[in-house]
Write a protein that binds this ligand. Structure first.
Ligand SMILES: Nc1nc2c(ncn2[C@@H]2O[C@H](COP(=O)(O)OP(=O)(O)OP(=O)(O)O)[C@@H](O)[C@H]2O)c(=O)[nH]1
Length: 370
């Protein structure tokens, strides 16, 4: 999953490794001379005998470094570099990162990562790597990996909550309404989620709030029949809020844990359909409204998530078709842009093809070298 993005992130690691390679060389005579006698001593001692590094760090070299850094700005001073080398450390400088960060930005944008998200990732990678010194035991690759890990996790995990725990703790029945544009996989996701809940001991009823599209009742009925779930539906043209309300009543009367309410596919610009969502909110007051879109839709999915959230607040998102060859941009961007987490990934057309979204797992899989 998201292999293209994974390759590109690995390209960033290689870029940084390449550009810091030169830094691995000891400072030349000129550099050492510039740094003054104390630095030369520190450097010579450090090179000759790394076990003395701690002593070098703690005595005259330290004092000289302080003096030196007082006169410089953000750039590590010559002396700091000499000291870093003497103590077996490498300092990552702005110029080492310039080209790799540029390439990383291009790679993220090509992977459909939203602009503000890409900038946030770059800022945090830059911040955690600049001026960073590493021990010889730590490779530059490891340093890059940890910077990328933290930067990605920070944007992907925005607003994340434990879906199962929320279901467990909520008063029953829990009502979940699904929104999104046409054909992205809302109905299929409802059927999958009904199975996912059943696997964890929760009963559910489906309610078809898509009273707009001809054939919508038949489509969801097919899923309900296959899964052996009850379905609440009204005739085409009926009031979606009334259908979902009936679903809630039915669940309460029959001791069913969760109501899964479908809605017609709509654009956020369809005023009448968006007004329906507001009415559902008013009449049913759902516990959660989940926005469904396709991972393959990339930036479009991110923009739609934002537009839907603005028009009728969502609590989280489901990204379907993550099994198709998608760029990964939507999975990385949706939470940061909307402030609402991705809760599930759809990974195929079978009822079991749904995975609880775990930001840490996604980040690990994106930066894993294997
Ligand atoms: N490969 C793949 N296909 C999926 C996934 N989720 C849904 N689909 C397919 O996407 C198509 C559309 O799914 P629907 O569930 O009908 O979409 P919808 O959003 O309810 O559509 P409307 O009712 O028209 O708004 C179907 O062929 C599904 O099998 C997924 O995670 N992976």
């Amino acid at each position: 999953m998201f292999d293209g993005l994974k390759d590109k992130l690995s390209g960033f690691r290689e870029d940084v490794e390449e550009s810091t390679e030169a830094e691995e060389e000891p400072p030349d005579d000129e550099t050492a001379a510039e740094s003054g006698a104390a630095a030369s001593d520190a450097s010579a001692e450090g090179v000759g005998d790394t076990t003395d590094a701690a002593a070098v760090e703690s005595d005259s070299a330290e004092a000289a470094a302080d003096d030196d850094s007082a006169s410089s700005d953000d750039e590590p001073s010559t002396f700091q570099r000499a000291k870093a080398f003497a103590t077996g450390r490498i300092i990552i400088e702005e110029e080492d990162l310039e080209e790799p960060l540029w390439n990383l930005e291009m790679a993220l944008l090509e992977s459909d990562v939203e602009m503000s998200v890409a900038e946030q990732i770059l800022d945090s990678v830059r911040e955690s790597m600049l001026g960073e010194s590493r021990k010889q035991v730590e490779t530059t690759g490891e340093l890059v990996e940890s910077a990328l890990h933290d930067a990605l996790l920070d944007v992907i995990a925005v607003g994340q909550f434990d879906f199962e725990q929320r279901i467990a703790e909520a008063d029953k029945p829990v009502t979940i309404v699904f929104t999104g544009v046409n054909g992205v996989g809302k109905t299929t996701s409802i059927a999958k989620l009904s199975e996912w809940l059943a696997d964890r001991g929760y009963s559910s009823v489906l309610a078809n709030g898509d009273t707009y599209r001809a054939g919508a009742n038949e489509q969801i009925r097919e899923h309900a029949d296959r899964l052996g779930r009850d379905l609440i539906s009204h005739d085409q043209g009926g009031d979606p809020a009334a259908v979902i309300y009936d679903g809630v009543e039915y669940a309460a009367a029959n001791d069913i844990d969760v109501v899964l309410g479908d809605t017609a596919g709509r654009l956020h610009t369809s005023d009448d359909l968006m007004a329906q969502l507001e009415k559902i909110d008013r009449v049913v007051d759902p516990d959660m409204t989940l926005f469904v879109d396709e991972a393959v839709a990339g930036q479009d999915a991110v923009n739609r998530a934002k537009e839907f959230d603005d028009a009728a607040a969502i609590d989280g998102a489901i990204l379907t078709k993550a099994d198709a060859d998608s760029s990964g941009g939507a999975a990385i961007s949706v939470a940061y842009v909307t402030g609402k987490p991705i809760l599930f990934l759809g990974t195929g057309q079978g009822y079991d093809d749904i995975t609880l979204f775990d930001p840490e797992d996604l980040v690990e899989s994106l930066i894993d070298e294997e």
